[in-house]
Design a protein around this ligand. Sequence first.
Ligand code: CP
Length: 339
Amino acid sequence: MDKCEDSQLYHPSIHQSSNPTIPFLVSWTRKHLLDIESLTADEIVTVLDTARAFKAVGERSIKKVPALRGKTVINLFVEPSTRTRISFELAEQRLSADIINFTAEASSLKKGETLKDTARNLEALNADFIVIRHSASGAPHFLSRVLNSSIINAGDGAHEHPTQALLDTFTIRERKGQIRGLKVTILGDILYSRVARSDIWALTKLGAEVTLCGPSTLVPRAFEQMGCRVTHNVDEAVREADIINLLRIQHERQRKSMFPSLNEYSSLFGLNAARLANTKPNALIMHPGPINRGVEIDSAIADCDRSLILEQVTNGLAVRMAVLFLVNGGKGPQEVAAG
Ligand code: CP
């Protein structure tokens, strides 16, 4: 069955305007956020527009809204995280949810309990939402089939990291005005990167021209099937780019060394001052973090005024508020603005 036809992916109800004479066009009806691949461009834009409304809420003196009052969110992080975990937790607080933070190291997963049993026990505590990060690709999809809670993917193995892609596209759209027609280069370890996969889906669906670059062992030509260009020439990849999105080497997922040394990687593919000098003057630098200074990016470039790295983190809060709001049945940005 096509993923989009799976009834578990959808809320059973059709949203309607509070005023029955005005049809309310809603492009978000999903119960879960599992990936970007199955989203339509309209659904992505709905999240971005809703996030923009929540960013405005964050600029008010009272930043908290009651959207998730009485709802319980469990943050099930079975793999390390700084940005995503804290950002989700703050988003849940801003939406007035009750929050349980699950720590894998201190849990019965260490005693051999399966993910399914752990998650079913969490659901037995009436969890409405489970935000999951897991090293196994497909773990969120699996939970969406065996639980009734809404599942949000906070990164599954090398598969997808949908909220990262949404915050990346939000940040690009905010800075550049639109995504369509932009040249975006993603440079680094593409093969093992869930961020790369989610970014490719989001950016190509919204009309960007995506180029992938890195060592041939980490950027195989097979990625062209996702609708992007592959090159192993870094100078050519960055020269015409409007956005240069750098990725770290995902050592934790590589079973063997994919290049001779970090020094060699840095000199052949790292973004340094000489390479930056050959980019467009208004090209912007992004990185999902954590950054490895001196490897994929020179330290001074990470902190320069063309770097959006911390802006991405700031925008992640509004994007995650939007995602939680929408999977809870929120209708869209109009409802946030009215609240
Ligand atoms: N970008 C990102 O996913 O960072 P964390 O691993 O710290 O959550």
